[in-house]
Ligand binder design. Structure first.
Ligand code: GLA
Length: 385
């Protein structure tokens, strides 16, 4: 072989290697769906330094941190002005971002922040357009570990412009040499799930904003069916943050919300006031067996296997070969529902554990039936061959 052909081969090999290294870094950063808390759903523009410190304390004292909620994310409205050299500063609600990050890190947690690829954020604050590297540097200097990057310009741009904007921030963050999770927020425009990983996204919103109502949650959650092939270690579909504990749904409905998000391998980003939780809210958010469904290392997103009107049966294949099955009743009255084992690839007997009762129910043949509360769920893990 002449040296003339060896050089291009070397270049190609280095490019391939570089690409593989970057994919591996992305996978490592969010090997399972990110878990944490975000200020928007409950506090919106009222978030400040005190809120974040109190939430950090609460993450630890309530057991949420031990259950896996690690990221503490400040959403929109922290932004102040840029100085003469273009460096962004936080507004008066956040007097010392670096000290706040130190406080959060001191609790064994990670800090997240929010910006927009446009000139303004959705709440009308300073965006990152034209200052991507500068902002990435500021975030890294503060000690930020997670960035939600929210496309707020209307109308939405075409796919190439979007890809370019997200790539620009991803590359800027990567240059800082600090692992920073990149959360894309652009509501699923331009089929983001098809290109989210290629611009360095660890997660991407697939829908508009959730609200604290069963109808909003159910419409978003159940519509995720079909997106399962786009999720996996390092890159996740994000049907928006949790509303559990915010008061707009009853306990069965919040259980449905949490079960569905876990089956979807969705990021579990709590959005309630952690300093004022009922025991029931804590119990939902810290149910280890349901969290384990979400955090399963195989990283497979669940999907619908049967539907009859308001009755939906979903399945999530787990790394150990078991299947998690959700019997979801979207009707306003209790109903008996069942799963046939043939629908989940089990011929014969299956042993069943109920993940909300936290109880082994025994061995069943061919099918499992249960009464499902109105707007509720029965969530079981089934092992068998
Ligand atoms: C958009 C996002 C929300 C939140 C707000 C902040 O609506 O979808 O999650 O970040 O902007 O302004």
């Amino acid at each position: 072989m002449s040296s003339g052909t060896r050089v291009p081969c070397l270049v190609i090999a280095l490019l391939v290697l570089g690409c593989a290294v970057s994919v591996r870094a992305q996978e490592k950063l969010a090997a399972t769906p990110p878990m944490g808390w975000n200020s928007w759903n409950h506090f919106a523009e009222h978030v400040d330094d005190k809120t974040i410190r109190e939430t950090a304390d609460a993450l630890v004292s309530t057991g949420l941190k031990d259950a896996g909620y690690i990221y503490l994310n400040i959403d929109d409205t922290w932004e102040g002005q840029r100085d003469a050299s273009g460096i962004i500063h936080a507004n008066e609600k956040f007097p010392d971002m670096r000290a706040l990050a130190d406080y959060v890190h001191g609790k064994g947690l990670k800090l997240g922040i929010y910006s927009s690829p446009g000139p303004k954020t959705c709440a009308g604050f300073e965006g990152s357009l034209g200052h991507e590297e500068q902002d990435a540097k500021t975030y890294a200097n503060w000690g930020v570990d997670y960035l939600k990057y929210d496309w707020c310009q209307q109308p939405p741009a075409n796919v190439d412009a979007m890809k370019a904007a997200y790539t620009k921030m991803h590359d800027a963050l990567e240059k800082m040499g600090r692992p920073i999770v990149l959360s894309l927020c652009q509501y699923g425009w331009n089929k983001v799930w098809e290109w989210g990983p290629s611009v360095g996204g660890n997660l991407w919103r697939t829908t508009g904003d959730i609200t604290d109502r069963y109808s909003s949650m159910a419409e978003i959650g159940f519509n995720q069916n079909g997106l399962e092939k786009f999720a996996g270690p390092g890159h996740w579909n994000d049907p928006d943050m949790l509303e559990v504990g915010n008061g707009g749904m009853n306990e069965d409905e919040y259980r449905t919300h949490f079960s569905l998000w876990a089956m979807l391998a969705a990021p579990l980003i709590a959005g309630n006031d952690l300093t004022k939780m009922t025991p029931y809210t804590v119990e939902i958010l810290t149910n280890r067996e349901v969290i384990a469904v979400d955090q399963d290392p195989a990283g497979k997103q669940g999907f619908r296997i049967a539907q009859e009107g308001p009755f939906e049966v979903w399945m999530k294949p787990m790394a150990d070969g078991s299947r998690v099955v959700g019997l979801f009743n979207r009707q306003r009255t209790v109903e008996q529902m069942s799963v046939n084992f043939s629908q989940i690839g089990i011929s014969g007997q299956g042993s069943i554990r109920d993940l909300w009762l936290k109880k082994d129910l025994g061995t069943f043949k061919d099918r499992y039936s249960a009464y499902v509360p109105a707007h509720g769920v029965v969530l079981v893990r089934i092992s068998g061959k």
